[in-house]
Design a protein around this ligand. Sequence first.
Ligand SMILES: [Zn+2]
Length: 254
Amino acid sequence: MKPSNYECLILGTGNAVIHPERKGPGFLLNWEGRYLLFDIGYGTMSELLSHQLSYKDLDALFLSHWHIDHISDLLPTLFVANIPTFHRERPLPVFAPVGFKKVFSQLCNIFGQWINGTFRLRIIECHPDIQMQWNNIDISCYKMAHSASALGYRLQSNEKVFAYSGDTEKISLLKDLFQGVDLGIIECSFPDNMGLPGHLNVTDVIELLQDISYKKMALCHLYTPARLENIRQNFNKAGLKNIVIPTKGEIISF
Ligand SMILES: [Zn+2]
């Protein structure tokens, strides 16, 4: 990734089903030269290394929620930083739903200094109705319909808008989250004839995108990668353009 571009490196396209080629959810944004990571699923930190980057390069982490597949590389990352050559000096800002401070303190009760020793997480709990500013980026979060406190994030600067849904089922707030984005990353867990509460399927995503404007949308968290061609055809038939179903390691410019 080049400095100061608007790019998203796909570190993992998968979900809770462990898969060697897909990994867990993880999306690294290069936003004007800052590295912002959205979710830190299993395998995402090793994928980062294949792009000559590491957790030492991260400027902020955004957690959509704390289901295991979305946070599973966090503890190993904190643990390895205890080894002297792997130290990270600067604290890492972590934007997370309300409640994550408590979750992390419970983890610290179990693992102690092994995860809370060398570098500190600076946890910023995000309230859906309060807009934040961080390094000239406007950050809004939206309450998603998934686990109790799951959030979607929308980032905006003078030039670009980016949004990430995390996990959710269909709700009208998704229109506010994704309206006018340069790049959106949206979960699309299931094909149109399948579904589970708390997740979107192809029909849900098509109906949403037909109602908003966007420049580029990437589909993630798919449970049925074998049906990719079918899913692509559904979006084509609906007349929706600029839909990307990325593979791990892909870089999307926006
Ligand atoms: Zn989840």
